[in-house]
Design a protein around this ligand. Sequence first.
Ligand SMILES: [Mn+2]
Length: 324
Amino acid sequence: MKISLSETAQLLKSKDNILLLAHKHPDGDTLGSSYALCRALTGQGKKANVICDDEIPKVLRFLANGVEPLLFEPEFIIAIDTADIKMLGDKLRTLYASKINLCIDHHISNTLYAEKTMLDDTAAATAEIIFRLLKEMRTDITPSIADCLYTGVSTDTGCFRYSNITSETLRIAAELIDLGADYARLNKELFETKSKSFAALERAALNSIEIHFGGLCAVLAVTKEMFLQSGSNDEEFDRISALPRQIEDVLVGAAIREQKNGTYKVSVRTNPPMNAAEICAGLGGGGHVNAAGCTLEGTLDEAKEKLLKAIEAALISEKKLIVG
Ligand SMILES: [Mn+2]
């Protein structure tokens, strides 16, 4: 059942011993929203905790600073920024799947798995909804709560660059700054600072870039050795995949990564009118119009050759490339 913001505020007023669940592979929005609400609830003398199936990424650990993990038998369980029960991860799903009393979320794809759902798919981040909820509850938004909410809103919008932002997003961010959000430090830590491992992987990846078809296609390739040497993790590789398409005039960007078993995982990103899903479908993979993937076998050169053939055919069929 969907409920409104004021019904959500009323409901929370009557509850105590509240457990907040963040989704797996936690990001700034699920954690920022959860810790903001947790701080607000404990600030009202209630008991509240945040839990997550996965470890909190280092760059987001400050969100939990000063929040004491309390011991209590949960009476009310809220999933935050979690569109599907699967997104909670195996451990939390096993423990709580049938017991989730409320979900607060902004994903249009929300499966309404919770007993009650406060869904606003016009919000760029769940943190926007939590901000409005705290105002509705007339709770004090302290500077550390403002930091948590600013983190949620800024990370889900790529630091206010994506097309999901609205004028409301910017008004909320402005209010958060007035409430003491340390935006300059947060922007630097969240968007400008790279881990040493990421910088090493990025350097190796940029060095590997080859340009094809008169500049319409860029391909990078990272071997097992390069990946191991950098000390990077999978999430960092995902960010690397975006690099080839960022080059001027490139319509098809691809990132090839050698996997542990010697096969190659390929990520293709396209700009219109090229269709990444179509290119990858021809290679046994699939995905979305502007981001898709597939797995290739053989040597690196053979994998690259197969991929380039598919890209060439797609460029020709879109009349971006004329064969003489
Ligand atoms: Mn979100």
